[in-house]
Design a protein around this ligand. Structure first.
Ligand SMILES: Nc1ncnc2c1ncn2[C@@H]1O[C@H](COP(=O)(O)OP(=O)(O)OP(=O)(O)O)[C@@H](O)[C@H]1O
Length: 257
């Protein structure tokens, strides 16, 4: 078990994969988008989901967060079946909502309080406030979300997703709109959660160059199928060789090599 992992929720999460997708399919009406995705994340994995535009990354994340119902297959979060036991599954999941969907009339602090309440907490947890400070979000917390810039909304969506430190974090393009300092702080924070707290992180991103240094796993989605995965050893080998990069490996995999 990773260092610093304790408590019953983490104990349960450490015994089963943090996330397990079994034969996941999704179709929008007649348009089949996901074709049998099998993927497992262990506690402490920091994984990037990469792939061309329209390959199905957001659809996959929405299926595993319960925002879309998969047409077939199973989603298990910390061993809990999302279909059969949605409350337990969703308790084990932190999902950063689309920043465009945040309620414009609430302040950031009100929104954090609301989400904290939904997680059974009576106040905004200290680590969340510390993260807001790290991301320079704190000075904006008492302003209405409707007045936030795109990057500030993105920061709030991330802080909401991470609230209560659930054992699985899922983020869709979290680096979009973040200034370089905030993007670096977020990557370090996620890396620390994975390494020291055993949190499993799955993030969809196009920013291969920035993700490459931090992740321990990568999975390439092409036309709704997982074409290639890289484990920690393969990523270390890529990082150790100045002539190689994850970007080039991805391009090779896309070319079918
Ligand atoms: N609500 C919807 N109704 C119908 N088709 C949809 C819907 N949402 C997405 N799609 C289609 O599903 C496919 C996958 O889209 P998705 O947004 O999951 O891809 P993505 O990999 O996240 O793309 P990007 O990298 O551009 O964000 C695309 O062909 C898209 O047009």
């Amino acid at each position: 078990m990773p260092a610093g992992v304790d408590g019953p929720a983490r104990g349960a999460a450490a015994m089963s994969p943090a996330l397990e997708l079994q034969g996941l399919h999704h179709r929008y009406d007649q348009h089949a988008v996901l074709h049998g995705i099998d993927l497992a994340l262990a506690p402490g994995d920091f994984a990037a989901l990469i792939g061309p535009n329209g390959s199905g990354k957001t659809t996959l994340l929405h299926c595993l967060a319960g925002l879309l119902r998969a047409s077939a297959g199973r989603v298990l979060i910390g061993g809990h079946d999302l279909d059969r036991d949605p409350l337990a599954a969703k308790r084990a999941l932190g999902f950063a909502v689309d920043p465009a969907r945040l309620p414009p009339l609430l302040s950031g602090r009100e929104c954090l309080r609301l989400f904290a309440g939904a997680r059974g907490l009576d106040a905004i947890p200290e680590p969340t406030l510390a993260l807001c400070a790290t991301l320079s979000l704190q000075p904006m917390l008492d302003r209405r979300i409707g007045q936030y810039s795109l990057g500030t909304r993105q920061k709030l969506a991330i802080a909401l997703g991470l609230l209560g430190e659930p054992p699985l974090l899922v983020l869709d393009e979290p680096l979009n709109g973040l200034d370089p300092l905030s993007a670096y702080a977020l990557k370090r924070h996620l890396q620390e959660l994975a390494r020291e707290r055993g949190v499993a992180v799955l993030l969809a991103t196009h920013s291969l160059d920035v993700a490459e240094r931090f992740i321990t796993r990568a999975a390439l989605l092409v036309d709704g199928r997982l074409r290639r995965q890289w484990d920690a050893g393969e990523l270390d080998a890529i990082r150790a060789d100045p002539a190689r990069s994850l970007e080039q490996s991805m391009i090779d995999a896309l070319a079918g090599e």
